[in-house]
Design a protein around this ligand. Structure first.
Ligand code: GLN
Length: 195
């Protein structure tokens, strides 16, 4: 049984828990989900999920609780991560008011899709998936510079999903539908896949 940690500051914690359970089941594995609110939990986890929410709030808790050093060590040990929306921002390079972790080699623009397109859903072509993914964008960031990351998907030419080593990060919310293929891609199918 794998242990999956979901950073549980805010955001779709239970939806991510269900998605990783579904992805594991599809892959013939079982998974135990733990919620991460303080230090000491992540070192016992094989996988990490970072939901969306407000990146300023999430990054503050991560630093105040000392979870930041545990995240660095998780990534250094090549353990897989899926960071979504605000999670992408927190993992990226410095951006304005957010104290980021800088583990992902991306520059990110927050709320990049403008008022008219605050929230939208689109069928997204994603590298590694046979069929388009129903991707929900909610006050989503865009990646302005993907650095050394492999770009997995774009909207209007802007990268919205990337992979770098054990980390997959998306500007959209892959946990909001029954489709667990992004979780499967992040945790079971990729180079850092948990076999
Ligand atoms: N707009 C949020 C931020 O900048 C992210 C939105 C989300 O995670 N859905 O932190």
């Amino acid at each position: 049984t794998l242990t999956a940690g979901v950073l549980a500051v805010q955001g779709d914690v239970s939806e991510h828990a269900h998605a990783i359970e579904r992805a594991a089941r599809n892959h013939g594995r079982s998974v135990a989900v733990r919620e991460i609110r303080s230090r000491g939990v992540l070192p016992e986890c094989d996988l990490l999920l970072v939901p969306g929410g407000e990146s300023t709030t999430i990054s503050r808790l991560v630093h105040d609780e000392g979870i930041d050093t545990e995240i660095h060590s998780h990534v250094e040990h090549d353990k897989p991560v899926l960071a979504t929306c605000a999670g992408l921002i927190v993992f990226g390079r410095a951006t304005g008011r957010v104290e980021t972790l800088g583990v992902l080699d991306v520059d990110v623009e927050r709320n990049a899709f403008g008022r008219q397109h605050d929230s939208f859903e689109t069928a997204l072509d994603v590298t590694g998936l046979d069929e388009p993914f129903p991707a929900a964008f909610i006050r989503a960031p865009a990646i302005t510079n993907p650095g050394n990351c492999a770009v997995l998907a774009r909207v209007a030419g802007r990268p919205v999903a990337v992979r770098q080593g054990p980390i997959v990060a998306t500007a959209f919310h892959p946990e909001l539908t029954d489709d667990a293929r992004i979780h499967r891609l992040a945790f079971f199918d990729g180079p850092a896949g948990t076999q």
